[in-house]
Design a protein. Structure first.
Length: 195
């Protein structure tokens, strides 16, 4: 029914956001809601509506590839929206596609809520159907990787929990060509806000 929604982010929740679209608030479940906590401009989310017996939910994604992957994962028997969101939140599109194509069940079990049975089902159901998702990883130069790595280590040294620091990595990777200090400033802003 919906393809995308554009609006301003009014609220951030542990599992999603409230998007104000010309005065109408849409609750969108999102894999990385805190990544958009500081967003003040009009933001576009690609959406997918899930209808169940007692619930109608909207899931919003910053890019079309993630939305399409979410829909693809829902076609797997036993994979619901919560599991699909957890896989996407991990931010490892290339690793996921490779594991599916190579039937690497052990790799697939690294995703939250995915056991051996679900891993096998994902690979058997989607193998050969993931061409649209090949080569979708963002390219990061070795210099950018080094700067980001230094920034993450610095934040841990400042006393933040490593798991919290690692959770900011996907958000920070969206910014290209920053120095370690610039990554640290953006990371600290997010950590302090979420803390």
């Amino acid at each position: 029914m919906y393809d995308f929604l554009s609006g301003t982010i009014e609220s951030v929740y542990p599992d999603g956001i409230a998007l104000n679209v010309q005065g109408v608030g849409f609750r969108l479940y999102n894999p990385t809601p805190y990544a958009w906590a500081d967003e003040t401009t009009v933001t576009k989310f690609f959406v997918h509506q899930v209808v169940r017996e007692n619930e109608i939910s909207l899931y919003g994604f910053k890019n079309q590839k993630n939305r399409d992957l979410f829909v693809k994962l829902l076609t797997v028997n036993g994979i619901g929206p919560k599991s699909a969101m957890a896989i996407i939140a991990y931010g490892d599109m290339e690793g996921l596609v490779s594991a599916i194509e190579n039937e690497d069940f052990q790799y697939l079990t690294r995703y939250p809520g995915i056991g051996p049975k679900s891993a096998k089902m994902i690979s058997l159901s989607l193998k050969g159907k993931m061409d649209d998702f090949l080569g979708t990883g963002t390219t990061t130069t070795s210099q950018e990787f080094s700067e980001l790595s230094d920034a993450l280590e610095a934040m841990v040294a400042l006393g933040f929990a490593r798991k919290d620091v690692e959770a900011t990595k996907k958000y920070l990777e969206e910014f290209k060509g920053l120095t370690a200090d610039e990554y640290i400033k953006k990371g600290l802003k997010l950590l302090v806000k979420n803390g």
